[in-house]
Write a protein that binds this ligand. Structure first.
Ligand code: UD1
Length: 325
């Protein structure tokens, strides 16, 4: 059985769906601070906090766990700048707690949710895994520090892991069962779609003076189901005896904020009012993955390589969530 922490959240819930599809049994541990109970697609659910060691021990005692996928974390870069203590407590100490509970119960396979935020301002794009890791925010530092802990644990404790550095996760389950739902919403695509639906008055573009073709920020948007499938591949790699690895997960192509808006306009057929605002502190101009290692070594291939079909899945989910057309 696979333990998925944060399995009620956005990427976690989509990964649980893919694990179940691949025939795995799954138990979800989630405190529902950001996740949604109805997103938990497995019958095995424990509500609890990764900071609580007793809860973790209870889960490991109750279920025959053979590997852990660890999604439970705080995820906002600006929030981590305002309140770093919380980020170190949940993302660093919480993860250490999970690792220690695994060690106590003899579980040795770990798949970790890392982030492109570990790279900081890219010195070159597309970004390969060997790119120096100089995170710019406490959030990025917690992800990087955990990767360093993992490398040490691997050497000392016959423990193996795959760390997956996500670029911009986007889109929703193509079957519409679960989807992207953050409160508050901070991500570009759902915000643009909320504007299209009339739930927000306009999109504010954070910076139009970047050194990019149209002056707005460029990102690599990867469909959440493609991300989820990569997690299943990573697990299978570890189960087959594969060694510890770090992989970028992106499609290897960037879209600017204006390009994203244009695609959303076409997909929704609605007007999207815009205001041009200042840069958001900490945002790099361009973040695009070089995902060739994951393609080569895991035999993984993203299915959503164009933005329009990805946005269509996000739009269908948004219409369902707000119950309107
Ligand atoms: C994302 C993730 C972050 C992850 C990081 C990797 C969030 C909010 N984002 O950040 O967890 O670690 O990738 O580096 O958690 N934009 C606007 N107006 C808006 C919202 C966004 O112009 O109202 C722009 C941003 O400036 C950026 C792009 O849209 O250029 C994408 O923004 P967003 O969806 O917030 O993701 P990232 O900031 O790239």
């Amino acid at each position: 059985m696979i333990l998925v922490t944060g399995g009620a959240g956005y990427i976690g819930s989509h990964t649980v769906k893919e694990l179940l599809r691949a025939g795995y049994e799954v138990v979800v541990l989630d405190d529902l601070s950001a996740g949604h109970r109805e997103f938990v697609l497995t019958p095995h659910f424990v509500r609890g906090d990764i900071r609580d060691r007793a809860t973790l021990d209870g889960v490991f005692r109750r279920y025959p766990i053979t590997a852990v996928m660890h999604f439970a974390a705080l995820t906002s870069v600006p929030e981590s700048v305002e309140d770093p203590a919380r980020y170190y407590e949940v993302n660093l100490l919480g993860t250490w707690n999970v690792l220690e509970a695994m060690r106590a119960h003899g579980v040795k396979l770990f798949v970790f949710s890392s982030s492109a935020a570990v790279y900081g301002d890219p010195q070159k794009v597309p970004i390969p895994e060997e790119h120096p890791a100089q995170p710019k925010s406490p959030y990025g530092r917690t992800k990087r520090m955990v990767e360093e802990i993992l490398a040490d644990y691997e050497k000392a404790y016959a423990f193996r892991y795959v760390s997956l550095r996500y670029f911009n996760a986007a889109g929703s389950d193509p079957e519409g069962e679960i989807g992207e739902w953050h409160e508050p919403e901070r991500h570009l695509i759902p915000i643009v779609l909320e504007v299209a639906l009339g739930k927000r008055p306009y999109l504010e573009i954070f910076g139009t003076d970047y050194e990019t073709p149209d002056g707005t920020g460029v990102r690599d948007y990867i469909h959440v189901t493609d991300l989820a499938r990569a997690h299943v591949r990573a697990l299978q790699h570890l189960e087959a005896g594969g060694e510890s690895r770090v992989y970028n997960l992106g499609i290897g192509r960037g879209y600017s904020v204006r390009e994203v808006m244009e695609v959303c306009r076409r997909v929704t057929g609605r007007d999207i009012p815009v205001r041009e605002g200042p840069r958001r502190p900490g945002d790099p101009a361009v973040l695009v993955a070089d995902p060739s290692r994951a393609l080569r070594e895991m035999g993984w291939q993203p299915r959503f390589t164009e933005l329009a079909p990805l946005v269509e899945t996000a739009w269908r989910w948004m219409l369902k969530k707000f119950g309107s057309a």
